[in-house]
Write a protein that binds this ligand. Structure first.
Ligand SMILES: C[S@@+](CC[C@H](N)C(=O)[O-])C[C@H]1O[C@@H](n2cnc3c(N)ncnc32)[C@H](O)[C@@H]1O
Length: 245
């Protein structure tokens, strides 16, 4: 299925990205208190990074993913688990009205038409159901990350992380569908092989979309910068969640 954000060429290395922080997820699930086996939706489920965590926490998942390459890996990664995969979008999930207790977006609320998608979220949520979105953000104050940012800006002076690093509060409030917004943030360190860091960058569509044909050069420059075999990469998992009124 064609979408504005096309992950076809990002899929192969996508799983080298850091997972979401366990404490942040635990804290989130403690606060929204879902029952075992409760049905939830994971929108833009990709290769199933967040889907797997939801399944491990005993939930049943409707995984929505428009991109074939991402979805095929996701299906493989979650084989035999309580999950159904659908080729669909956040704007039009195809799920039944009032059918899920929570709708999750793992690094995907920035790739949808947010206003349309919130309408769809409201349609598929049960009353008092939950909207949740989250991203992993590298800590840009870390010295290695400062160097990486310099490389990116040397190729793309106006580089912009866009919605993936912006608080989604305004659009959620504006929809009028949700009560007050809560926020969870947890900093953590992931020890990553240099080769995995480079692969993770190859899966970065926000960078690809602004790279003006110079994506491989940027990736090669990041690879040249990294002279050690592995790095401790500091991340924040940041989640926002709100209850359907
Ligand atoms: C950054 S990946 C996130 C994958 C996964 N949720 C995770 O946490 O790692 C964004 C995903 O959103 C999908 N996507 C793109 N446009 C979409 C849309 N309109 N609706 C739903 N998903 C979309 C992409 O194909 C991609 O798999």
């Amino acid at each position: 299925m064609k979408t504005e954000w096309d992950y076809s060429d990002r899929a192969k290395t996508y799983d080298k990205r850091a997972d979401y922080n366990e404490n942040a997820i635990k804290n989130l699930l403690d606060q929204i208190q879902l029952f075992p086996e409760e049905l939830v939706a994971d929108i833009g489920a990709g290769t199933g990074k967040l889907t797997k965590i939801l399944l491990q926490n005993g939930l049943s998942v409707e995984a929505i993913e428009p991109n074939n390459n991402m979805r095929f890996i996701g299906i493989k990664n979650t084989k035999g688990k309580k999950v159904n995969w659908y080729e669909a979008t956040g704007e039009n999930t195809g799920l039944d009205k009032s059918s899920v207790s929570a709708v999750f977006f793992g690094s995907s609320f920035n790739v949808v038409d947010q206003t349309k998608t919130l309408e769809e979220v409201k349609r598929i949520l049960i009353p008092k159901g939950w909207f949740v979105c989250m991203w992993n953000h590298r800590d840009l104050s870390d010295p290695t990350q400062v160097q990486i940012e310099k490389i990116i800006k040397s190729f793309i002076p106006n580089y912009n992380y866009g919605l993936r690093r912006e608080e989604p509060n305004d659009v959620i409030n504006k929809s009028g569908f949700f009560s007050s917004i809560n926020n969870i943030e947890d900093r953590f360190i992931v020890r990553m092989l240099k080769t995995d860091i480079v692969d993770a960058w190859k899966s970065h569509d926000t960078l690809f979309r602004q790279s003006n044909g110079r994506f491989n050069e940027i990736i090669n420059s990041i690879s040249d910068l990294l002279q050690d075999d592995f790095y401790d990469v500091p991340y924040f998992t940041r989640c926002w969640f709100a209850r359907h009124v």
